[in-house]
Ligand binder design. Structure first.
Ligand SMILES: C[S@@+](CC[C@H](N)C(=O)[O-])C[C@H]1O[C@@H](n2cnc3c(N)ncnc32)[C@H](O)[C@@H]1O
Length: 276
């Protein structure tokens, strides 16, 4: 089957999801779409891609788009970031918000929830003084299936042991009969999961004190990155609020943000001199 429809498919994927693919990633396209192509009765991936490009975006398209996202994540990913949160960033945010006693945190592109649950466990474990604060943990992703897993809080043994200290595993998880681990209801209840496409329309969100936007912009082209970063800037709650990107991600020549270097990590604060 001809590969003529590939360029059209790349454009469609980028428009709907933000992810930029090209011919150098054909192996990924083939391996990720083959099961879905077969399930839908196509002889090969390229016949399936032709169907996708020739039809209006519907549920089958979204299954294909989801299959092309990368959900790699783990608990306390990039431990320097979590050390900085514990030792500096949270203490400073708590000081800045001590009158309102409110902290709003958004884990965007949260995948199966390990990132936001790591934050929730850390807040419980290390910040007992927040017991009478309103803590809002919002976690969003484009993939409905990964959100279902995140909400269940159930992880297989390998996922549960990846990045997680034995103490946390003992204290905040129950070991289920099928050798999976489920995070405790007390931690699950701290988090509100919902669907959100970073390149789609944005629902109304409050302003956040901390936004984690890690390991997703790496798949986007500069133009899409800039659009997302400009919308994210509007969601930050003033001068003390913070944006953390993934370890391999950075913001170049964007006057909406100020770079802050803290030991081994860097993060961003809104540049309040710039109008948004
Ligand atoms: C590699 S994971 C990152 C998970 C977590 N933030 C971390 O750093 O460990 C990337 C996530 O981005 C999500 N994603 C991809 N495109 C997205 C979009 N346009 N809007 C929202 N989420 C998206 C994927 O579904 C996936 O769960």
């Amino acid at each position: 089957m001809s590969k003529d429809y590939l360029p059209q498919f790349y454009v469609m994927l980028e428009k709907q999801v933000g992810i930029a693919l090209d011919d150098t990633k054909q192996y990924l396209l083939e391996s990720r779409l083959l099961p879905l192509a077969t399930k839908n009765g196509y002889l090969d991936v390229y016949a399936f891609i032709k169907y996708l490009t020739q039809n209006a975006v519907g549920p089958t398209h979204w299954q294909a788009f989801e299959a092309l996202t990368t959900n790699e994540t783990f608990f306390f990913r990039d431990k320097h970031v979590f050390e900085a949160l514990k030792n500096t960033i949270f203490p400073e945010l708590i000081q800045a918000r001590k009158n309102e006693k409110t902290l709003r945190i958004w884990s965007s592109a949260c995948s199966a929830g390990q990132e936001v649950y790591s934050l929730a466990m850390m807040l419980r474990e290390d910040f007992a003084q927040l017991h009478d604060w309103a803590i809002q943990l919002q976690a969003t992703d484009i993939s409905e299936s990964i959100l279902k897993k995140a909400k269940s809080g159930i992880y297989n043994s390998m996922e549960a042991h990846r990045g997680l200290d034995a103490h946390y595993l003992r204290k905040y998880f129950s070991h289920l009969e099928d050798d999976t681990y489920q995070i405790s209801p007390a931690i699950r209840q701290m988090v509100n999961f919902s669907h959100h496409n970073l390149v789609g329309s944005w629902p109304f969100y409050p302003k956040f004190d901390l936004i984690m936007l890690r390991n997703v912009l790496i798949y986007f082209k500069q133009d899409a990155k800039d659009k997302v970063l400009s919308k994210i800037r509007k969601q930050l709650n003033g001068d003390s609020s913070i944006l953390i990107l993934g370890a391999a991600e950075s913001i170049h020549s964007n006057d909406l943000y100020k770079l802050v270097q803290l030991d081994k990590i860097s993060y961003y604060k809104p540049n309040i001199l710039t109008k948004v």
